[in-house]
Design a protein. Structure first.
Length: 416
């Protein structure tokens, strides 16, 4: 189906449920109207009123849980292919060198803001600050490249890296200065930044894999999914049996990557049912098509081996339902069994880099504590995205960066 056909499938609803389902509140309906008229430039500018990552969001957002999941056509039939349309429009803008506009009705602001981290949250904050009129915005990145998890957290088969680079190059044209190889807590100090800048925004993500605290987790052959995707230091998976623990997109990305690296059996072990998996349905479907073996309602309780992983002990689970709560799994007594496994990959969540944010207050989930305006406990320091526990999708991270930028602009505008 052509992009025009996909656009024409949209009913142009007056209520715009798809907009309500989009974390960024993109005016999807009006953008698609322009696509119907082959006015791709206007479609891009409509999307860019609220987003700077159209080519990226169109590819990797969990559309069925966001915009497409709210599409009225999806009630009785297939939803409109909003992601495909947005990606097409974003790519058109890149190919035709369309520029991001500054926002009108905002005064120029001769202030200096430092943004730490160049993932979707950080880059959106930096871009929004410039579009609002902040004169000096410096972006600090610990790597020698920009993109954060968009580069090292999402495999190429889901998000081509040239799309990320081209998108970021276009954003930098707004006048954002970049400082590479600068890592908070190492060669970058929050105290130093506070003296140099009027405001600091922390968006360093949360990319240290969580652990389960089970027996055998320290054996050779146990890896964190986040670290495997980031550093790409893969062991020899060829012909091996691999267990991936978790049910989110990191679990999907690592399992599919490992399978493509030649693993014989790749098991995704998830303690809840398939309908409770946080991963996007599209990613689950594609993982199944690639030969990933899903073990729902199962939990891992031990990793067995002398020096390296040899087996895992699992247990069957069942869901307990309580009104108003998410179903939670409980182990079924005496349902234990073992599997021959060569490698175990933990993809059950992520943690902060404690050294980087040691002076900032944490919340009960050990993320940075922020108020409703993204302010931390230190005056002039703001935070957003994964590091502050924002929902872990690109669109939600981008939303928090955009909204934080508006607050920073307002706060700095009040400073005489």
């Amino acid at each position: 189906m052509s992009i025009k056909d996909k656009a024409n499938y949209c009913l142009s609803c007056k209520n715009k449920n798809c907009v309500k389902g989009c974390p960024l509140s993109n005016d999807i309906t009006d953008a698609i109207k322009f696509v119907k008229d082959n006015d791709f430039e206007s479609a891009y500018y409509k999307f860019s009123e609220t987003s700077v990552l159209s080519s990226i969001c169109g590819r990797v957002c969990p559309h069925q849980k966001q915009c497409q999941g709210s599409c009225i056509r999806g009630i009785k039939s297939e939803s409109v292919s909003i992601g495909d349309i947005e990606a097409f429009v974003g790519d058109y803008a890149l190919e035709n060198n369309l520029k991001l506009n500054s926002y009108s009705n905002y005064n120029k602001l001769d202030k200096k803001v430092a943004v730490i981290g160049s993932g979707p949250c950080g880059i959106t904050c930096a871009a929004t600050l410039k579009r609002l009129g902040v004169e000096h915005v410096d972006l600090y990145e610990k790597k020698s490249y920009l993109g954060g998890l968009l580069i090292h957290g999402i495999p190429d088969f889901r998000l081509p890296k040239d799309i990320v680079k081209n998108t970021y190059d276009k954003i930098l044209e707004l006048g954002i200065n970049v400082e590479y190889n600068m890592e908070l807590g190492k060669n970058l100090s929050l105290d130093t930044l506070r003296k140099k800048y009027d405001a600091v925004f922390v968006a360093i993500g949360s990319n240290i894999s969580s652990k389960m605290g089970i027996e055998g987790e320290s054996l050779n052959g146990v890896y964190g999914g986040n670290e495997l995707l980031e550093y790409k230091r893969y062991p020899d998976f060829n012909g091996k049996n691999v267990a991936v623990i978790g049910g989110g997109n990191v679990a999907m990305d690592t399992s599919r990557t490992v399978k493509r690296l030649g693993a014989h059996h790749v098991y995704v072990i998830y303690r809840r049912a398939e309908e409770q998996m946080p991963a996007e349905k599209k990613e689950i479907k594609e993982a199944k098509e690639e030969g990933i073996e899903f073990m729902f309602l199962n939990n891992i309780v031990k990793i067995l081996g002398k020096e390296k992983v040899e087996k895992i002990e699992c247990i069957k689970t069942e869901l307990v339902y309580e009104e108003g709560k998410r179903p939670y799994p409980v182990n079924i007594e005496n349902s234990n069994y073992t599997l021959d496994i060569d490698y175990v990959i933990m993809a059950i969540g992520s943690q902060l880099e404690e050294e980087a944010v040691r002076n900032l207050e944490k919340n009960e989930w050990n993320k940075l504590k922020i108020d409703k305006n993204y302010r931390t406990n230190i005056k002039g320091v703001y935070a957003g995205g994964d590091v502050a526990g924002v929902k872990s999708t690109v669109a939600w991270a981008s939303f928090s960066g955009r909204e934080a930028a508006k607050i920073i602009y307002e706060d700095l505008s009040e400073v005489k």
